[in-house]
Design a protein around this ligand. Structure first.
Ligand code: AIR
Length: 189
């Protein structure tokens, strides 16, 4: 390849990594899930990862769900985070259509008995159609996992995740120190 060609290729590459088109799609069964799902968006904002947020219901808008899942990869998304409550079929159905990794967030919503219905609907997938299921209402972890998936091929994001994990370690060590100064015995350190 000529020097000019190489420069154009590298420019295009640097532009594509700075793209603002969404890499993560956050979808949820209802706008009533937003209070929980907001945490996934917040963490992606923290990592500067472009993402989109919308409502897609497996039961109330089944054709929209199929359309969204079918177009997701072509539209440039790399990961989908799907949250739903009660009979939470959205993550599993989306995972059955798209080749992208799907992270499921079980939500304890108004129609959920105790949260177990959402957890089991999302978790107990048949062999062949995995959904990476986080804990009940754990949209923050879904956001972190999505960032880690993006970070596996993006060094900048990966470094931010390492910094974040180090900050968790520092926070705990501060607590260890504080408990010691408050007189709690610890012969370990
Ligand atoms: N839901 C919506 N369509 C399919 C499902 N499972 C879920 C939403 C929300 C719950 O039903 O994800 O958690 C209640 O929705 P709404 O709109 O009645 O508040």
């Amino acid at each position: 390849m000529t020097k000019q060609g190489l420069m154009t290729k590298s420019l295009l590459k640097s532009q594509s990594t700075k793209s603002t088109s969404p890499l993560v799609g956050i979808i949820m069964g209802s706008d009533s899930d937003l209070g929980v799902m907001q945490a996934a968006s917040d963490i992606l904002k923290h990592y500067d990862i472009p993402h989109e947020v919308t409502v897609v219901s497996a039961h109330r808008t089944p054709l929209r769900m199929v359309d969204y899942a079918q177009k997701a990869k072509l539209r440039g998304l790399k990961v989908i985070i799907a949250g739903a409550g009660g009979a939470a079929h959205l993550p599993g159905m989306v995972a059955s259509i798209t080749p992208l990794p799907v992270i499921g967030v079980p939500i304890k919503s108004s129609n959920s008995i105790d949260g177990w219905d959402s957890v089991l609907s999302i978790l107990q997938m048949p062999n062949g159609v995995p959904v990476a299921t986080v804990a009940l209402n754990a949209a923050k972890n879904a956001g972190i996992l999505a960032a880690q998936i993006i970070g596996s091929s993006d060094e900048t994001v990966s470094r931010k995740i390492t910094t974040y994990k180090n900050s968790l370690n520092s926070e705990v060590m501060e607590k260890v120190k504080k408990m010691k100064t408050e007189g709690w015995k610890n012969e370990f350190d």
